[in-house]
Ligand binder design. Structure first.
Ligand code: NAP
Length: 334
């Protein structure tokens, strides 16, 4: 059996996760890594035999690495909007673009580029958007009239929000910072009970911040700036803890996250009904990477079938994610 050759585009947290995840899929192999900073990546990999090339050397990496599919691991804010359409012209792609409001626009651009080149581009997958998008659609289709709620950070540690951590680090006087999102248990209970309540964002989650100050910075001013930041913190109950850099590094060296989608209401006979799907990740980027790798398998299959254009998790039959045959799936999973 010839293995699916996967190219990693961009080597950060998710890129590292993809490289690790490929080791546990016997039908897939890492073709190589391409990056805007290949020297940094080579240094990090040490004496590994993994090929690393510059992202701009398109003909070179195509010829040397012969990838079947590229997993785009760049950031959603500026990397993917540029790299996505550029790569879809050369090769089938999978990405985790997570700017929810921009997904329809991004889909259009990726669809045009991939369709014209005869490639398959799976966009905006991971756990949210991704698995949770699928669960929201299933819930709304199976239980019409209920609302599908998303809660994040259900465990004691909460969920590390990269975007909110970034926002804290941009405040003058802040040297480093992390933000953990916590679901409000009262709101979760109301939703589980089938009340379908109107819940403003601040009643669904609260925010816990750990901040390292620059020398001489005014703690009260930083706290005020965090707590009053529109959209990010102002609508939420926010707790700010000042810690040393050592404490931040030691206690918060990982990327825990997770959450659930809940829809609860009644079936037409008046019986209570609830669907709920939850994920608990010790590492958000490693989990996202695992989802991306399964989508790479699906994309390669779809391309082999002659499909082209952009697709989301909503458009792919679940059997395509699995290495098992259809017969094996019917026997073991139905
Ligand atoms: N859908 C979901 O459920 C989900 C969940 C989690 C994350 N995501 C998405 O995944 C994206 C990537 O997350 P991430 O944590 O992997 O971001 P990241 O670590 O910041 O990496 C993003 C890119 O930045 C570059 N980079 C990384 N470290 C660098 C360094 N030390 N110096 C210079 N450049 C560096 C890399 O590109 P080069 O190698 O080309 O330089 C890398 O591809 C996020 O923006 C988010 O949108 C989606």
């Amino acid at each position: 059996m010839s293995k699916i050759r996967v190219l990693i585009v961009g080597y950060g947290n998710v890129g590292r996760g993809v490289a690790a995840a490929l080791n546990v899929h016997p039908d897939m192999a890492l073709a190589g890594i391409i990056s805007r900073s290949p020297e940094r990546v080579k240094k990090e990999l040490g004496d590994s035999s993994i090929p690393v090339m510059h992202v701009d050397d398109v003909e070179d990496w195509k010829q040397a690495l012969r990838p079947d599919i590229a997993i785009l691991c760049g950031g959603s804010s500026t990397d993917l909007p540029k790299q996505g359409p550029e790569f879809a012209v050369h090769i089938s792609t999978v990405d985790s673009f997570d700017n929810h409001g921009e997904i329809p626009n991004y889909f259009k651009k990726m669809d045009a580029a991939a369709r014209a080149a005869g490639n398959v581009s799976v966009i905006s997958t991971g756990w949210d958007p991704g698995i949770f998008s699928l669960e929201r659609v299933l819930a709304a289709s199976f239980l019409p009239g209920t609302r599908a709620y998303g809660f994040y950070g259900l465990g004691d540690a909460g969920g590390l929000s990269m975007g909110h951590s970034d926002a804290i680090r941009r405040i003058p006087g802040v040297k480093d910072g992390r933000q953990y999102t916590h679901a409000e248990p009262v709101a979760v209970a109301k939703v589980r009970a089938g009340e379908n309540p109107q819940l403003p964002p601040g009643e669904m989650h609260w925010r816990e911040c750990f901040v390292v100050l620059e020398k001489g910075a005014n703690a009260a001013a930083v706290e005020r700036e965090i707590c009053t930041m529109p959209n990010y913190f102002a609508p939420y109950r926010t707790e700010v803890n000042f810690v040393s850099q050592e404490e931040l590094n030691e206690r918060f060296g990982t990327f825990p996250h997770g959450g659930c989608v809940i829809a609860a209401g009644k079936t037409p006979d008046g019986s209570p009904a609830r669907v709920e799907y939850s994920c608990d990740w010790g590492s958000n980027p490693a989990a996202t990477a695992s989802v991306l790798v399964a989508h790479a398998r699906a994309a390669v299959r779809m391309k082999k079938e002659g499909k082209a254009g952009a697709f989301t998790i909503l458009d792919i039959p679940p059997a395509y994610f699995s290495p098992l045959t259809h017969g094996e799936l019917l026997k073991s999973y139905m």
